[in-house]
Design a protein around this ligand. Structure first.
Ligand code: FAD
Length: 520
């Protein structure tokens, strides 16, 4: 059987690869799985597994040999062991395929659709924890925990159509990260299938090296089949507020002041974004109001304002039984030292689930007008606070002064909330840093920029960071050379390599990250 697999792995040379959805006949690949007794299903590339060969980014395409829909972690282990018997076969766990650079792809390899593993979400209200399968969508975790138990995870991403295993392999950041750390800091136990084909439970006390490796590990050390997620009582309502700044230094001063307030005495969520100082309907003033009956009055903007403005976004949780006056008092106490442009404060009251599912509404609109399915060459960075003012001057006010056709997120994060034993790397200075996310939602060319133009702009931004010696890291990193990855991990590179040698020595897992070639 191995010889059979090898024939397919070798014979499908990259140059002669048909497009994944071309339907080109590949012959019968089914003997690949002879003797591998899995409960799930196997679909071969030639029979329409195109979905496994593209992702949200829409920039990369690949052609897997097969798409496997595992029923459980044993199926996952069997597939990894099958691959380990070949010197070339790789395995990619695919969450919801919301990567933008082919990270969940396996060209001429095996793709596991993690969403099909028994979608278990079991809540233990006593310990306030939920056991969820690695392929569960965060939106389903939210609904089950809140509607069934009045509990909710503490740390989120902005968009919840992502899988638990997918975000835990990166970090998972949003407006709660300054309080609770990223999602990787909010799980207490994992079940993992390693690159050796072992199914192991790990936590800080049991197999700790595997636990720390896998969290933020870019899928390199194991496939997360179950995660135990910390929960807390869910609020009923959210007061959601946006305020506008014309001066970058005032925006960062207030954002930093708010994220460093004493624990338990802060907003429950803080983010921010950069927008264009113009009437551009996508990138400009109109992107700020929270409700259709709110109006952004440009006459409030000081004449000294530059080409871009800044919006600080905060939210406060409360219960239905909280007296409105108490909610008002808490809000105004927290807003007390905040100095934004007068007249540019917007506020709405929304249900907690409605708040967390806010990007779902944007998804519906984007799907309707075609920009959800257009390419998304996104760029995400962590930039040290020491360099963020220069970044503003050179990137926001210059390269991006006309916007990116979607949100430009900008908010501070605290390294003290990130356990450095986990695999994710942060700017090296060790101080506060900013998430910068260029979430491009452009109409396809020729209506919008071409993909190439957007990628060139991303490269220009990264080059600006390098040339100016900024202390930064890519978040959701993407490099194609070993040198790039070595630079990315910096002094953590040897640890990352050692972890690979221990948990996936044959480099079977997550080939789409392009870090370790098979049998490196
Ligand atoms: P995939 O894209 O399917 O996989 C990502 C990587 O993880 C791949 O290498 C894959 O092999 C590996 N992987 C997948 N499942 C597993 C598993 N079970 N075990 C081990 N490895 C696995 N990120 C944030 O932090 N905050 C945000 O607010 C945020 N918002 C987003 C909004 C949108 C609209 C999109 C498209 C992305 C957003 N992201 C955000 C990025 C997102 O977290 C990553 O793209 C994440 O990888 C996507 O999850 P996924 O489940 O689709 O994973």
């Amino acid at each position: 059987m191995i010889a059979y697999i090898e024939r397919f792995v070798h014979e499908n040379d990259v140059d002669t690869m048909p497009e994944p959805d071309s339907g080109e006949e590949q012959g019968d690949l089914s003997p690949l799985f002879n003797g591998v007794d899995i409960q799930g299903t196997v679909e071969f590339a030639g029979c329409g597994s195109a979905a496994a060969g593209i992702d949200f980014g829409g920039v990369q395409v690949s052609k897997p040999l097969a798409l496997i829909r595992p029923a459980n972690s044993d199926d996952v282990a069997k597939v990894v062991r099958l691959a380990s018997r070949s010197p070339h076969l790789t395995v990619a766990a695919r969450g919801n395929g919301h990567s933008v650079n082919g990270q969940a792809m396996a060209h001429r390899g095996l793709v596991l659709d993690m969403k099909t593993i028994e979608p278990k979400i079991t809540v233990d209200p006593e310990t306030a924890q939920a056991d969820v399968s690695g392929g569960a969508l965060w939106e389903d975790v939210l609904k089950r925990c809140v509607l069934g138990y009045g509990l909710a995870p503490r740390s989120w991403t902005d968009y919840l159509g992502l899988t638990v295993g997918g975000t835990l392999s990166n970090a998972g950041v949003s407006g709660q990260t300054f309080i609770y750390g990223p999602q990787t800091e909010n799980v207490t136990e994992l079940e993992v299938v390693t690159g050796n084909g072992d199914v192991l439970v790990c936590s800080k006390n049991e197999n700790p090296e595997l636990f720390f490796s896998v969290l933020g590990g870019l899928g390199q050390f194991g496939i997360i089949t179950r995660a135990r997620v910390l929960l807390q009582p869910a609020p009923d309502m959210v007061r959601w507020i946006r305020v506008v700044y014309s001066e970058f230094s005032e925006f960062t001063r207030d954002a930093e002041m708010l994220v460093t307030r004493a624990e338990g005495d802060s907003f429950d969520y803080l983010e921010g974004f950069v927008f264009v100082n113009s009437d551009d309907p996508v990138n400009g003033w109109a992107s700020v109001p929270l409700d259709s009956d709110q109006f952004f009055d440009p006459s409030c903007i000081p004449p000294t304002a530059g080409p871009v403005l800044y919006c600080l976004e905060v939210a406060l949780h409360y219960k239905n039984h909280d007296p409105p006056s108490a909610v008002d008092m808490r809000t105004e106490r927290l807003m007390g030292g905040v100095r934004f442009v007068e007249g540019l404060r917007f506020s709405v009251e929304v249900g907690y689930m409605e708040f967390l599912l806010r990007v779902k509404r944007a998804e519906k609109e984007a799907k309707a007008n075609g920009i959800w399915d257009a390419p998304h060459p996104w760029l995400n960075l962590f930039v040290s606070k020491t360099d963020i003012a220069d970044f503003d001057r050179l990137v926001f006010k210059n390269i991006l002064k006309h916007g990116v056709g979607g949100p430009i997120l900008l908010y501070p994060l605290l390294p003290s909330k990130w356990d450095s034993r986990k695999s994710v790397v942060l700017p090296e200075g060790g101080g506060m840093f900013y998430l910068v996310a260029l979430l491009r939602f452009c109409f396809p060319y020729p209506k919008g920029l071409s993909v190439e133009e957007m990628i060139v702009q991303n490269q220009e931004i990264v080059q600006t960071c390098i040339q100016n010696g900024f202390d930064f890291k890519l978040y959701l990193p993407h490099y194609t050379s070993r040198e790039g990855w070595k630079r990315h991990f910096g002094n953590q590179w040897s640890r990352f390599q050692e972890r690979k040698a221990r948990f996936d020595p044959m480099a079977i897992l997550a080939p789409g990250q392009k870090i370790f070639p098979r049998n490196w």
